[in-house]
Write a protein of this length. Structure first.
Length: 170
């Protein structure tokens, strides 16, 4: 099996960075959820915070890398001003037009929410540190922001996979 340069970057953008994003989300959410005074000792808080900081920053960094590779590497190929571009193929038929008008627009605009929210969560985790153990409102808010980032990126990823199936980038 061989991949063209464009296919390689599409795989890096969607499958590799997407997988790291998913794993980091799971670790970050579990870390936030379990950071409760009744569940951890003082030594446990220190150890969990180290993992939580790493998980949230890895998720934020991965989200930024995913958005940048999508926006600046893959997206220009999608919009290439040629008749055979993925965008042209999608817009050429009423049955596939919605893939562009909703799916690609989601990826272009809402997908940017994921790295912004993930970075905000990572920053707050570092800023509050051990205080998070005794601050359930802040932890809950962080879990909600983290989940919104995950859902926005997850939907963008699904649209990306479906778009690539309907009109692959060549």
């Amino acid at each position: 099996m061989s991949l063209s340069g464009r296919e390689f970057w599409t795989v890096v953008h969607g499958m590799i960075l997407g997988t790291v994003f998913l794993v980091a989300f799971a670790g970050g959410l579990a870390g936030l959820w379990s950071l409760r005074p009744e569940w951890v000792t003082a030594a446990g808080v220190t150890e969990r915070l180290r993992r939580l900081r790493a998980g949230t920053w890895i998720m934020a960094l991965t989200a930024w890398l995913t958005v940048f590779t999508g926006t600046y590497l893959v997206y220009p190929w999608y919009r290439a001003p040629i008749k055979e571009s993925a965008r042209s193929i999608l817009l050429s038929s009423p049955s596939t037009r919605l893939w562009h008008t909703f799916g690609m627009e989601w990826k272009e605009h809402v997908g940017w929410a994921a790295p912004i929210l993930a970075t905000a969560v990572a920053y707050v985790v570092v800023y509050y540190g051990e205080q998070l153990e005794d601050s359930p409102q802040i932890r809950n808010a962080l879990m909600i922001l983290f989940t919104i980032a995950f859902v926005a990126a997850g939907i963008a990823g699904l649209f990306g996979a479906f778009l690539n199936k309907v009109a692959p980038i060549r």
